[in-house]
Write a protein that binds this ligand. Structure first.
Ligand code: HEC
Ligand code: HEC
Length: 487
């Protein structure tokens, strides 16, 4: 064989490999772009929304309240105890630990409860991107917009809260879903309330806490320097001569916290860049994952878009996926250990074990996953979706137990099998679009890589997140939570 021939053969092979690579890349991008337009995606979930700036006075006040243990009944818990920006807006635990932590300032993995048991029954979702929800907040949607108008964050048409019955607007709910939600953690004994005010009604707790901050009413004298809060509130809600009672009101406290949360909007991710035209923004694996995400089962896809819809990746509706039921449950069933999810709210059998579809934006940063934090990897939670019966039969709570000592698992199997049984019923009745799908290990990795392309790089950078952390040791009362991490 002469050299000339070898060279030209090599050239021909190289040329054809190059051509087929170009062809594959061309067709995957073409297919993806057609799915993007079919699903009407803009890549900008915050389009048309009013997002507060973290440097606005209200968000700044809200940030200081969010980080302050003065809002914990026993002064040992703050919102940030379970929702730290450096932990993706969550707590890195399967089930949250509120009051009675061994070290109240130690957050994330390593946070332990004095009693040994995490006493909060659910996994803490992230507080990032709360500005993007229009229908329902919490796993069971117990804070609910009655109008569900797209783009409004629940600011029109009334909001139902746990203070009112299903479908009934709470006149005190506040400006939007986020402000409405913020009032409730301080009323939960396990999360923040502790021993404050025995079994008195929620309004009593709120008034007491406002009084504690401002040094009036039932809370008078509980903080050495109430003028710290008075000055901050006056800058946002009053005039230099305002009295504490006028500006440190229940509504204002939770309005400010809500604005801080709404300022935590992180949506600039590679997927957005891809949709806007940068074809290089996604890896080949992430592109294959995107196809699987949007393709129906019949075309070999994972049909994820049936529920994780639109630019926010959620339809804000409720489904039973029979995710493992770890922990003490939410008072459901004969032995009170079940978590019926949405069924707790509607009291309907059809809603039993259903939970709100989570958004998948920044999901890479909010492990562990599912309403009880059963899964530590994206691959495992995706695998569960593809074959819940297999996943439940093979579920091992080893890592959950190692990272959350004392977590209750005794009733897990029995309760999860009940949810699985009901999932079959839901599917037969057409209530649940989930189907068993056999995807290869590579396809599951591709799907996970697509989900990783939904991460805003800001949430992984302490420097980028710095504006969302208050200056150290600012509170003269010493109650600002300065987080310690075990890493
Ligand atoms: C002890 C840990 C803990 C503390 C403290 C805590 N949370 Fe949460 N948070 C949770 C858990 C667990 C859930 C899920 C509860 C559920 O859905 O039933 C949650 C849910 C939320 C949600 C709903 C997110 C969503 O996607 O639906 C928001 C918003 C939130 N918390 C904000 C706050 C604010 C504001 C505070 C302080 C006033 C606070 N949390 C204090 C653990 C905590
Ligand atoms: C039938 C509606 C539905 C379909 C289809 C669906 N999901 Fe989900 N997804 C949910 C619900 C509901 C949850 C929460 C369930 C729970 O915790 O009990 C969830 C949870 C998740 C989570 C964990 C998020 C978190 O914050 O805990 C990920 C990741 C996820 N889904 C990805 C996918 C992918 C990828 C697909 C396609 C293979 C998919 N989902 C298909 C409804 C759906």
């Amino acid at each position: 064989m002469n050299n000339k021939y070898t060279l030209s053969l090599g050239f021909a092979i190289a040329l054809s490999t190059y051509a087929s690579t170009i062809h594959a890349a061309y067709s995957i991008d073409t297919e993806l772009r057609s799915l993007i337009s079919q699903h009407n995606l803009s890549g900008d979930p915050s389009r048309g929304r009013v997002i507060p700036n973290i440097n606005s006075p209200k968000a700044q006040l809200g940030m200081r309240l969010f980080f302050n243990k003065a809002l914990g009944g026993n002064k040992d818990t703050a919102c940030v105890s379970c929702h730290h920006p450096l932990l993706g807006g969550g707590d890195d635990l399967a089930l949250s630990i509120g009051i009675g932590a061994v070290n109240p300032d130690l957050l994330g993995s390593g946070r332990l409860q004095l009693s040994g048991h995490p006493n909060v029954p659910r996994n803490a979702p992230t507080t990032f991107n709360m500005s993007l929800w229009d229908a329902a907040i919490f796993w069971d949607g117990r804070i609910e917009s009655l109008a569900k108008q797209p783009g409004m964050n629940g600011s029109v048409g009334g909001i139902r809260t746990p203070n009112t019955s299903l479908g009934v607007s709470d006149p005190q709910a506040g400006a939007n879903l986020v402000a409405a939600q913020a009032k409730f953690p301080v009323t939960s004994h396990a999360e923040m309330r502790g021993d404050l005010a025995g079994t008195m009604a929620n309004t009593y707790v709120w008034t007491h806490l406002a009084g504690r901050l401002g040094g009036f009413g039932e809370g008078a004298g509980e903080l050495p320097q109430p003028e710290y809060w008075l000055n901050l509130f006056k800058q946002v809600y009053g005039t230099p001569t305002s009295q504490a009672e006028q500006v440190i009101t229940t509504q204002n406290v939770f309005d400010a916290i809500g604005e801080y949360e709404r300022s935590q909007t992180f949506t600039h991710n590679p997927w957005q860049a891809y949709i806007r035209g940068n074809t290089q923004a996604l890896s080949e694996s992430a592109k294959r994952g995107a196809l699987l995400f949007y393709k129906p089962y019949q075309q070999g896809g994972g049909n994820c878009v049936a529920c994780h819809k639109g630019d926010t990746f959620t339809d804000e509706k409720f489904y039973n996926l029979a995710m493992p039921q770890l922990g003490k449950g939410e008072r459901g069933g004969a032995d009170n250990t079940h978590d019926y999810g949405r069924g707790n709210e509607t009291k309907l059998y059809a809603d039993r074990f259903t939970f709100r579809t989570p958004s998948l934006l920044n999901v890479e940063g909010t492990k562990p996953y599912s309403h009880a934090g059963a899964y530590y990897t994206l691959e495992a939670v995706i695998q569960h979706h593809l074959d819940p019966a297999w996943a439940v039969a093979n579920y091992q709570p080893n890592r959950v137990k190692a990272e959350n000592p004392g977590i209750q698992t005794e009733t897990m199997q029995k309760n999860t099998f009940e949810a699985l049984y009901k999932l079959r019923e839901d599917q037969q009745k057409g209530l649940n679009p989930l189907r068993t799908a056999r995807l290869s290990k590579t396809s599951i990795e591709d799907l996970a890589n697509f989900l990783r392309a939904l991460t805003d790089p800001c949430i992984k950078s302490a420097t980028c997140l710095a504006p969302w952390l208050p200056p150290l040791h600012e509170d003269p009362n010493g109650l600002q939570l300065e987080a310690q991490f075990k890493f």
